[in-house]
Write a protein that binds this ligand. Structure first.
Ligand SMILES: Cc1cc2nc3c(=O)[nH]c(=O)nc-3n(C[C@H](O)[C@H](O)[C@H](O)COP(=O)(O)OP(=O)(O)OC[C@H]3O[C@@H](n4cnc5c(N)ncnc54)[C@H](O)[C@@H]3O)c2cc1C
Length: 339
């Protein structure tokens, strides 16, 4: 059964099959609803049903409360239509013209960057390139039908060779394979790009960029893209990791700050080791940010990395004046089909 879904604000519409979710149907039609994990956890694709029948899978209270459900809120990645539907939701034009593609790739280079982060470079077939916005991600399509999401670490201008920073998850199905079995020249299928985490270049506000662990990957893509043009607005990158050994590629990060006058860089260690002899900032990275910027009312904030870091920022930063809609995030949620 096919239904028609209409977006109230723009009047745009798309068709949705009853056995697919509304986010997938919108993306298929080139209509981009804000989204991040596509797994029901991050809440980015929240929308309000104005009219029509919807069936929604299980969604946690923290993502959509009972009160919000009663007001008609749904998560587009978990909801399917049961009739024609009208939705109240924002759409994002800046990535709407980028086609979502499924492509074969070959592993070109694997290099351990730290005890638990692998650099993985993939080559696309000759004459193919992946169009994406700096900050977006792809899904790797695994042989068992599962998918795993990873952010591009290179800028889009190098769309024929894609770089990733893969953190090893203890017991993780895919990341263990990357560390222990994957070899150069292996094939890997990907689908993408996905996500609405990218620099809002039409904003005239200074931006605070907060990366946690391999949350550096999408930030690297963004900053290296900025370096290709004129950096005409202030950026402050905070990078939170546990100890100094987790600051992989730090020479590159210091080099960005050296070359870009508009970029300030602050690494923050949550558990520095005695051997680190660390003189820099310590504690949780989001707390280091509000120590430096107690009033965030004039800023845009971009955050990428572990879900607990993102939710701490969502809770804390509004108390420091961050305006609604000024937090853009890429929450590294894991799939519900994990081992
Ligand atoms: C939009 C997006 C972008 C991402 N980008 C990156 C990236 O650039 N670099 C990167 O390293 N990761 C990134 N991630 C996280 C990455 O997708 C997961 O770490 C990965 O899917 C784990 O796959 P796996 O098969 O090894 O683990 P699974 O087999 O899926 O997991 C095994 C178990 O480990 C636990 N687990 C899984 N992942 C995590 C995690 N991230 N943190 C804590 N516990 C976990 C769960 O309990 C799970 O049941 C991103 C996630 C999203 C949603």
């Amino acid at each position: 059964m096919t239904d028609r879904v209409t977006i109230s604000s723009s009047g745009e519409s798309f068709t949705a099959e009853q056995d697919e979710n509304l986010l997938a149907a919108a993306l298929r039609a080139g209509i981009v609803i804000p989204h991040n994990c596509r797994n029901g956890f991050c809440g980015s694709c929240r929308a309000r049903v104005v009219s029509g029948e919807i069936e929604m899978g299980e969604v946690k209270q923290e993502v959509i409360s009972d009160a919000q459900r009663e007001q008609g809120y749904i998560l587009c990645c978990q909801a399917s239509s049961r009739s024609d539907v009208e939705l109240d939701v924002e759409t994002i034009d800046a990535v709407a013209d980028i086609e979502i593609r499924t492509l074969p790739t070959r592993v070109k280079r694997l290099e351990k960057l730290s005890h638990d982060v692998m650099f993985m470079e993939l080559s696309l077939p000759p004459n193919e390139a992946l169009r994406f916005r700096a900050g977006q991600y792809v899904d790797f399509l695994l042989r068992n039908g599962k998918r795993r999401s990873f952010s591009m670490a290179n800028p889009p201008s190098r769309g024929n060779q894609l770089e990733f920073h893969i953190r090893k998850v203890p017991g993780g199905h895919f990341t263990t394979q990357v560390f222990e079995a994957m070899q150069e020249k292996d094939m890997l299928r990907l689908q993408g790009p996905f996500g609405t985490f990218f620099l809002r270049e039409d904003s005239d506000r200074p931006a605070i960029l907060i990366a946690g662990g391999t949350g550096l990957a999408p930030m690297k893509s963004i900053i290296e893209q900025v370096m290709e043009g004129d950096c005409d607005w202030p950026l402050h990158l905070y990078w939170g990791v546990r100890a100094e050994e987790d600051l992989y590629l730090e020479d590159d990060v210091n080099a960005w700050a050296g070359r870009l006058e508009c970029l300030q860089y602050t690494p923050v260690l949550s558990e520095p080791q005695d051997s680190d002899d660390w003189q820099g900032a310590t504690g949780w990275v989001h707390e280091a940010v509000v120590n430096d910027y107690p009033d965030l009312s004039a800023y845009d904030v971009y955050a990428s990395g572990p879900p607990p870091m993102i939710s701490a920022i969502q809770k804390l930063f509004p108390h420091h004046g961050l305006e609604e809609g000024r937090l853009y995030f890429d929450s590294f949620e894991y799939t519900s089909d994990g081992a």
